[in-house]
Write a protein that binds this ligand. Structure first.
Ligand SMILES: *Cc1c(COP(=O)(O)O)cnc(C)c1O
Length: 396
């Protein structure tokens, strides 16, 4: 007997740990910027698996590259070299101008590595083990104990304390609040170049430059989390590239493999040559041939399909249409964001709007209770923006 959607959902609820309040839909396949549920209903996708599937669904070249790698070899071990990891690391270095790459399996794990690298860098300097890290309120860096410790949302952290210690919090875009937390033990300042889960807040030019100056003056490592805002999402390969300010360490994940679980933390020459050394860090899967074949193909297709150009062009149009909508609709407070990472803040919770949109064939997601987040595949066109706006309007 063919099972219906309700049956699958019931089975999911009795088998999976209930850590998500899931939308009542079983997604089954994708094509371009559209997703289909198991009944064949079509949805325009403005979430992309949360800023992951940048290339759109069913990209033949991407799929073929993965199939080819599967037939060759899926996994070796980091005790041996493999060609896809070497090629992928070179592409990451080229795209970022950073010096060293460590591949992980997720964004949280990339943050763990970045934190370890920062502590080791400071330890190498003074031999002490009491270093502090400054992170931002309303930030999100992942759910593992280290990443959670620098996540500026007490609600996510509280039940799991004690997390790693010596973390201090400041406010994004408030340089004075950062300065107030600096001590002679500070080893790193961590923030998202564009805060994602916290409500789509881009860092200001002044803040980026100010933090960089503090870090240079005191030999503190500047760590930028580009897990969500990186990989072309803002119209730059990495969001920080717009500012003319370079981090010492950065993390990337989400769209890095476009659906294959992979992340990375990247270090400049200074941090890379005097932090984690042989035996200090490792991973079984991180940077395996399958994941890195995906990374290589993603970079190749970004270039071939002019993804950054498309993001710049379409995001200008998306901003315009969202601004018009904000003007028309009294429930909307404002729009903000960068590139194809946009947020529409409402005066009321947006949960009902998102469910209505889903019924109407549009997939959206929130970032906090009052903000609708728009993080579509980076291959969308202006027509998709128009289609999205038309559906959204009906749901307001
Ligand atoms: C999603 C996210 C993470 C965590 O990535 P996972 O792959 O879910 O572990 C970290 N930082 C930011 C900014 C994110 O958006």
């Amino acid at each position: 007997m063919v099972k219906d959607m309700k049956t699958y959902i019931d089975e999911a609820e009795s088998a999976l740990l209930h850590t998500y309040n899931r939308y009542q839909v079983v997604l089954d396949k994708g094509d371009g910027v559209y997703l289909y549920d198991m009944n064949g209903k079509r949805y325009l996708d403005f979430v992309a698996g949360i800023a992951v599937f940048a290339l759109g669904y069913g990209n033949t070249e991407y799929n073929d590259a993965l199939k080819e790698q599967i037939d060759k070899i899926i996994h070796t071990s980091n005790y041996y070299y493999n060609i896809p990891a070497i090629e992928a690391a070179k592409k990451l270095k080229e795209a970022s101008g950073m010096a060293r790459v460590f591949f992980t399996n997720s964004g949280a794990e990339a943050m763990e590595g970045a934190i370890k690298a920062a502590r080791k860098y400071a330890y190498n300097k003074d031999g002490k083990t009491d270093h502090e890290i400054i992170a931002m309120n309303h930030s999100f860096h992942g759910r593992t104990m280290g990443a959670l410790a620098v996540t500026g949302n007490p609600h996510y952290r509280e039940a799991f304390e004690p997390l790693i210690g010596n973390i201090r919090f400041a406010d994004l875009n408030d340089l004075e609040s950062v300065k107030a937390q600096i001590t002679d033990k500070t080893c790193a300042i961590i923030f998202e170049t564009v805060q994602g889960e916290g409500g789509i807040y881009p860092a200001t030019q002044e803040f980026m430059e100010g933090v960089r100056a503090i870090c240079d003056e005191k030999d503190i490592l500047m760590i930028l989390d580009e897990v969500q805002c990186g990989m072309g999402r803002t119209g730059y390969m990495y969001a920080w590239q717009k500012y003319g300010v370079k981090p010492d360490i950065m993390t990337t994940a989400k769209a890095l493999g476009c659906g294959v679980p992979v992340g990375a933390f990247l270090l400049n020459e200074k941090a890379g040559s005097s932090s984690l050394a042989a035996g200090d860090h490792g991973t079984t899967y991180g940077g395996n041939p399958l994941a890195c074949a995906a990374v290589c193909k993603v970079f190749e297709l970004f270039e071939k399909n002019h993804i950054l150009e498309n993001v710049k062009e379409v995001s200008a149009y998306l901003e315009k249409r969202l601004d018009e909508l904000a003007k028309e609709c009294a429930d909307i407070k404002c729009r903000r964001g960068a590139g194809l990472m946009q947020g529409l803040e409402f005066y009321k919770p947006v949960g009902d709007i998102i469910i209505k949109a889903m019924d109407a064939g549009l997939i959206l997601i929130n970032a906090g209770s009052h903000i609708i987040r728009f993080v579509p595949p980076l291959v969308i066109g202006k027509q998709d923006v128009d289609d999205m706006i038309a559906i959204l309007k009906k749901c307001l």
